[in-house]
Design a protein around this ligand. Structure first.
Ligand code: SF4
Length: 265
């Protein structure tokens, strides 16, 4: 009885938040994506379009998933408290706003959000982005540890959407803060891994985490190009084509529009 009532309240609160109108030409860093060799990585433009135009969700997240997300947020916030105790926290929830300048008939575009933290390491300020994960896939592919607790055979690598967000921050703070620590925490077992990310002069990102993981195949300019593409769809009121097929993890499990998208409406 109590659980039912709590679930109802949680799901209602979430649906009201999702349906809050957004300012024109304004996007979140988490909406970043790129097109590499014709394939989209990061956020799906169609999902973003439906979210921004306040289309009702066909598959709203269940209370269970909302709780998982909320516990992840709390785990991330707790780490800033630890950073404060360690004497390295400079700022947290620092407002971030990057303007993509207007061009021709196109208006300016604003990418707006907040940095999780700014820390000071060896006398230098660095950007810190916290991400919490859980489950076998994340443990093996992101944290680099197999189910027996040994290093996995594949090199660990950050999620592309988190990398894109990190590149936006690094580009904005170029010359002021040139290193970003993308730190993952597994909320099931407390394992952690940090990726150190910098931008190259060409706009690609360099990633390391113990091992040198090389450069990205995409640039910051590629990310801005996709924000411009998404803004174009919104202004023309034109539904973007699907970026992913049904086997993609977003379409299979997480997207709040997956049934609507399948129906092709
Ligand atoms: S179901 Fe997949 S392709 Fe369709 S909107 Fe969602 S993420 Fe995009």
């Amino acid at each position: 009885m109590i659980i039912e009532k709590l679930n109802e309240a949680l799901e209602k609160k979430n649906s009201e938040e999702v349906r809050r109108p957004r300012e024109k030409h304004k996007y979140y860093p988490s909406s970043a994506s790129v097109r590499v060799d014709g394939k989209v990585e990061g956020a799906c433009a169609r999902k973003e379009y439906w979210q921004i135009t306040l289309e009702p969700s066909s598959n709203p997240p269940a209370a269970k998933n909302l709780r998982i997300m909320a516990s992840g947020k709390r785990a991330e916030e707790a780490e800033n408290e630890n950073a404060k105790a360690a004497g390295i926290l400079v700022d947290e929830q620092t407002k971030f706003q990057h303007i993509i300048p207007p061009n021709g008939l196109r208006s300016h575009i604003v990418v707006s959000g907040a940095l999780d933290g700014i820390y000071e390491l060896d006398g230098k300020k660095v950007i810190v982005e916290w991400k919490s994960v859980y489950g076998d896939w994340s443990q093996t592919h992101i944290l680099g540890v197999n189910k027996w607790g040994k290093p996995s055979t594949e090199l660990p690598y950050p999620r592309i959407e988190h990398l894109l967000q990190s590149m936006l921050y690094l580009d904005h703070y170029k010359g002021e803060m040139d290193t970003l620590y993308l730190v993952y925490i597994d909320r099931g077992n407390g394992l952690m891994r940090e990726f150190i990310i910098t931008l190259n002069a060409s706009g690609t990102a360099h990633i390391s985490s113990g091992d040198d993981l090389g450069d990205t195949r995409f640039t910051v300019a590629d990310i801005y190009a996709r924000f411009i593409e998404l803004d174009g769809y919104i202004q023309r009121k034109e539904l973007p084509a699907r970026d992913f097929n049904d086997s993609h993890f977003m379409c299979a499990s997480f997207c709040p529009f997956r049934d609507r998208c399948k129906g092709g409406s």
